[in-house]
Design a protein around this ligand. Structure first.
Ligand code: ADP
Ligand code: F6P
Length: 319
């Protein structure tokens, strides 16, 4: 391959810029030219193509967001739009595409690969919801952002002898809640993988209070319910003082952590290596600290691995 494209798609994630930088510089160093495609799949349809040079990616490794912008493009579900996208890329001389995004973006990449256009996916999402990889780009930074917020919230919660429910993102995946709940010393972690009823939550908080806890943090994954709904239930059903905070989109922004910069760089470097060898229809991940790649369909079909041991440990150390 002599010319490749790169785009970011779906929700942005800190570390995407590190991946773009690695893709551009690795490709240029291997004698390939690179087209940056703006606004995800929409940008292929609208021909938002930008020629990337070494200096196009200067001063971005430390920045959150994505310099290529991102988008959710509903039209891309339509086969005729996928055909049009391939025609637009071929007209630009692009022979292979690197897609940085989550599982939805990978489905788009698979559609292109199935139609004979080589694609490689790099997992970029704060949700960490892709079963085939230990981590996705952005997850580590998002967890650190949540932790900073939780530490602050704990100061005020303990001063008021209060329970604060902190709702975090993650779509249907509880990893952000689980990891930050453990690291932030949450009294209770509520995630979609372990369905607790509101009565069980109430019971657990009353027990904690009877054991001498005067305040607490409840880490709630957004995939379970809204923090307000749970707060209203607990205010109605108990004598506890309860407040709710939704951390929201601050979790997606900010300067990427060392880990996400490194991961983005490793994934970008590796992705170009595959396209250079004309290998497509793959997604890249990390397993036991080693960069790995899988067939897109196989990777998407892998069942989510719930971290049961971490959840069990959290229950013990929060006593
Ligand atoms: P993420 O990639 O973070 O999971 P989305 O699920 O919003 O985010 O997907 C991002 C984009 O990927 C969608 O807006 C759409 O353009 C494309 N996409 C998602 N699913 C498909 C699909 N089944 N076929 C083709 N394109 C898809
Ligand atoms: O996939 C990343 C994510 O931030 C999810 O955690 C969240 O559910 C969703 O995107 C929010 O999307 P939007 O950008 O449309 O608010």
């Amino acid at each position: 391959m002599k010319r490749i494209g790169v785009l970011t798609s779906g929700g942005d994630a800190p570390g995407m810029n590190a991946a773009i930088r690695a893709v551009v510089r690795t490709a240029l160093c291997s004698g390939m030219s690179v087209v940056g495609i703006e606004h995800g799949y929409q940008g292929i349809l609208d021909r938002h193509f930008r020629e990337m040079q070494m200096r196009s990616v200067s001063d971005i490794v430390q920045r959150g967001g994505t310099i290529l912008r991102t988008a959710r493009c509903m039209d891309f579900h339509k086969p005729e739009c996928q055909d049009a996208a391939i025609a637009n890329m071929r007209a630009e001389g692009i022979e292979g595409l690197i897609v940085i995004g989550g599982d939805g973006s990978f489905r788009g990449a698979k559609a292109l690969s199935d139609k004979g256009f080589p694609t490689v996916g790099i997992p970029g999402t704060i949700d960490n919801d892709l079963a085939y990889t230990d981590y996705t780009i952005g997850f580590h930074t998002a967890c650190n952002t949540c932790l900073e917020a939780i530490d602050r919230i704990r100061d005020t919660s303990s001063s008021h002898d209060r329970i604060t429910i902190v709702e975090v993102m993650g779509r249907h995946c509880g990893d952000i809640a689980l990891y930050t709940g453990i690291a932030g010393g949450a009294e209770l972690i509520i995630i979609p993988e372990v369905p607790l009823t509101f009565s069980e939550i109430k019971k657990s908080l009353i027990e904690a209070s009877q054991k001498g806890k005067t305040s607490g943090i409840v880490l709630l994954a957004e995939g379970v319910c809204g923090a307000d709904e749970l707060m209203r239930f607990l205010q109605r059903e108990t004598n506890l003082s309860v407040r709710a905070t939704v951390l929201g989109h601050q979790q997606r922004g900010g300067s990427p952590s060392m880990r996400d910069r490194l991961l983005g760089t490793q994934f970008g470097y590796y992705a170009v290596g595959l396209l250079k060898k004309d290998i497509g229809n793959r997604v890249i991940g990390i397993s036991k600290e080693r960069v790995v790649d899988y067939d897109i369909s196989e990777a998407l079909a892998m069942p989510y691995k719930f971290k049961k041991d971490l959840y069990r440990m959290a229950g013990v150390v929060s006593q």
